[in-house]
Design a protein around this ligand. Structure first.
Ligand code: IPD
Ligand code: CA
Ligand code: CA
Length: 280
């Protein structure tokens, strides 16, 4: 049986580490809130409409420096390093996986919906996850096998059926070749769920599943930094988190993702089961 979340009980080593990582995320959030004139600090990355701001780089540099103090022996994988290749050494010991601003487009547009995502792999497996929304001061965290928490209180995913649940999806915006399939799957879920949403930050989407607000979240391609922390938090809340075909997540680089609440997971919810054959 799964243990109840230990959000504030024993101050043992792994909870202390989780708290320390959470504090780094909170401090990094202040940099996001202090941002001004973002449009003057923006450049273009490779891929469709893929932007990066000076703040993405500044927040990542801050997080790396602080995390290095906490766990000096750990490797670092950060979105703004630009290396999507999963290196063999990340499978040994510890590796932090960081998305300094998940939801850069929201950030650039002043939508006040972006999060900081910090995952920690141990021997290549997800061990600790922290996602922080600085605008609402919401800190999601999970330690593998110990449940998921929001601001120190245990959370569980939803048990509602899909017909009463919101379905959230990501469009994999930097990969236009995936648009048609994304929209086809979303169209099927629209028939089955209560309604669709698209918030623009994958780590937030996964955290909302953990918080019991969503029945399904899917996206056809994410980087490891997009899903590492959020997927662990969702799993620890009771969600079933797999790739889009229902296979276990590998946590070794880019992947599709499908997160189903406990309620949705009781139904035929995989796209392979619900998608009508599409004409090209
Ligand atoms: C993006 C967001 C978005 C998702 C994209 C991600 P970024 O991350 O999470 O919701 O649809 O696939 O790349 O670029 O804002 O860090
Ligand atoms: Ca991201
Ligand atoms: Ca980012």
């Amino acid at each position: 049986m799964k243990r109840e979340a230990d959000c504030q009980g024993n101050r043992d080593e792994e909870l202390q580490l989780t708290e320390a990582i959470g504090q780094v995320a909170r401090d990094a959030g202040k940099i996001i809130l202090s941002a001004r004139e973002i449009e003057n600090h923006t450049t273009v990355k490779s891929g469709h409409a893929n932007f990066v701001t000076e703040y993405d780089k500044r927040v990542q540099a801050f997080i790396f420096e602080e995390l290095h103090r906490i766990l000096p022996e750990a490797n670092f994988v950060g979105e703004e390093d630009g290396a999507e290749q999963f290196r063999p050494e990340y499978r040994e010991g510890y590796a932090f996986v960081v998305d300094p601003i998940d939801g850069t487009m929201n950030f650039m547009q002043g939508l006040d919906l972006s999060v900081i995502s910090i995952g920690l792999l141990r021997e290549g497996e997800p061990w600790i996850g922290v996602v922080y929304n600085p605008y609402r001061e919401l800190l999601f965290s999970a330690v593998r096998g110990r449940g998921a928490c929001l601001n120190g209180e245990q959370i569980h995913c939803s048990r509602e059926p899909l017909s009463r649940s919101l379905v959230e999806f990501g469009t994999s915006p930097y990969y236009p070749e995936l648009s048609k399939k994304s929209l086809a799957i979303a169209g099927e879920y629209l028939k089955r769920g209560a309604d669709l949403r698209r918030f623009g930050t994958a780590a937030w989407d996964l955290s909302l599943c953990a918080w019991g607000k969503l029945g399904i979240y899917f996206e056809l391609r994410l980087g490891l930094w997009d899903y590492c922390a959020g997927a662990l938090i969702a799993m620890e809340s009771g969600c079933r988190v797999t790739d889009i075909e229902g296979n276990p997540l590998h946590f070794q680089g880019p992947s599709s993702i499908l997160c189903a609440s406990a309620g949705a997971a009781e139904e035929d919810y995989l796209p392979g089961e619900i998608l009508e054959p599409q004409g090209e």
